[in-house]
Ligand binder design. Structure first.
Ligand SMILES: NC(=O)c1ccc[n+]([C@@H]2O[C@H](COP(=O)([O-])OP(=O)(O)OC[C@H]3O[C@@H](n4cnc5c(N)ncnc54)[C@H](O)[C@@H]3O)[C@@H](O)[C@H]2O)c1
Ligand SMILES: CC(C)[C@H](C(=O)O)[C@@H](O)C(=O)O
Ligand SMILES: [Mg+2]
Length: 357
């Protein structure tokens, strides 16, 4: 099976290297072959091709069974033309592969709940899935960069959704809720935004017509941000648009102790892309201390959704659990009585636990 590897920038190459060890261990154990094609995306691709999503990467990704991404971006490219920023490369690959559905599961682990910024008893029952629309909304509306309009410097971004875009992502959320705990919370800003009012209307109609067995409630995004801290256990599936999903998933991630733990799957009708939810962490890049767990768990999602290797997916997740149970931690989660490990040691430990299970 062909996997395009896009390590990207900052800590990206470190966490992807650690994850490949785990993927290789899983392939060995479950008897399938993985063929990797390393390509460039983001800042490193700007340096090499003056293009954050060069043609060679496009060809590889489109031909692959799945794509594994580290992260892109960093201060080195902060002042490049906005049309070729590293992040633009990420948006382009999402659009090119038609990855409208971004799944960001957040389950607080019993091994890290005590490191949550909240009291452990407040977070220990948290098990939610953010279903984020990924190829529409304000990220993909017209961007007018700052320019003088009537003598005033002005910039704007258009927030646009169509009915089919809302319906297909809402369907993913309702279907996910069916095999979870049967509840969808749709998050919008319908008290202010026309886009949100249409979103809420469509989601409400779909629940009534097609998913009466699913419990649906709506929250404004500001209230949702507060509820995530106050009572995260109330959420099952959180359905939301591109920008709110981006913000709420970083907020939710840290309830379990570190943003380094959260994986994601970006799915459409073709090749899927898998990446941790965090960025290139320039502040710790090159030190070998980044937590690769979110990327390793993204590889588990890759096995599950793109390669149909369910046993391998379960085994990767179980191996991560075992390594945490045994007390190994990267510095972001290090505490009393734990054994401190670096990025590559964490990858080695998970690979070993998987092979020995
Ligand atoms: N999917 C992506 O490629 C992606 C996602 C988010 C941000 N970015 C980009 O990354 C760059 C940096 O963004 P930022 O600093 O706002 O967010 P970030 O997620 O890179 O970092 C935020 C904080 O979390 C820490 N952190 C992140 N991942 C970690 C890990 N695996 N282990 C331990 N600590 C970790 C960082 O050290 C930092 O303190 C920007 O250029 C941004 O656009 C890329
Ligand atoms: C880097 C950026 C474009 C990206 C996003 O906003 O989608 C990131 O923050 C994410 O969460 O994947
Ligand atoms: Mg983000």
């Amino acid at each position: 099976m062909k996997i395009t590897l896009l390590p990207g920038d900052g800590i990206g190459p470190e966490i992807v290297t650690a994850t490949v060890k785990v993927m290789d261990a899983a392939a060995k154990k479950f008897g399938f072959a993985l063929e990797y094609d390393h390509q460039l995306l983001g800042g490193c691709a700007i340096d090499a091709y003056n293009d954050p999503y060069p043609e060679v990467t496009q060809k590889s990704a489109n031909a692959a069974d799945a794509v594994l991404l580290g992260a892109v971006g960093g201060p080195k490219w902060d002042n490049v033309d906005p049309s070729i920023r590293p992040e633009k490369g990420l948006l382009r690959i999402r659009k090119d592969l038609g990855l409208y559905c971004n799944l960001r599961p957040m389950k607080v682990s019993r091994f890290t709940a005590h490191l949550s910024p909240l009291k452990p008893e407040r977070v220990e029952n948290t098990d939610l899935l953010i279903v984020r629309e990924l190829t529409g909304g304000i990220y993909f509306g017209t961007h007018n960069e700052a320019a003088m309009v009537d003598g005033v410097e002005t910039a704007s971004d258009v927030d646009l959704y169509t009915r089919p875009e809302v319906e297909r992502i809402a369907r993913k959320a309702f279907e996910a809720a069916k095999v979870r705990r049967g509840k969808v919370t749709s998050v919008d800003k319908a008290n202010v935004l026309a886009e949100s009012r249409m979103w809420r209307k469509i989601v409400t109609e779909m629940q009534a017509k097609e998913y009466p067995e699913i419990e649906l409630n709506h929250l404004y995004v500001d209230n949702c941000a507060m509820q995530l801290v106050l009572n995260p256990g109330q959420f099952d599936v959180v359905l939301t648009n591109n920008i709110f999903g981006d913000i709420l998933s970083d907020e939710a991630s840290v309830l379990g102790g570190s943003i380094g733990l959260l994986p994601s799957a970006s799915l459409g009708d073709g090749t899927g892309l898998y990446e941790p939810i965090h960025g290139s962490a320039p502040d710790i890049a090159g030190q070998g201390i980044a937590n690769p767990t979110g990327t390793i768990l993204s590889a588990a999602m890759l096995f599950r959704y793109s390669l149909d290797q369910q046993a391998a997916a379960d085994a990767v997740e179980a191996a991560v659990e075992k390594v945490y149970e045994d007390g190994y931690r990267t510095p972001d989660l290090f505490g009393e009585g734990m054994t401190k490990v670096n990025t590559q040691e964490m990858g080695d430990l998970v690979a070993k636990a998987l092979l020995e299970a």
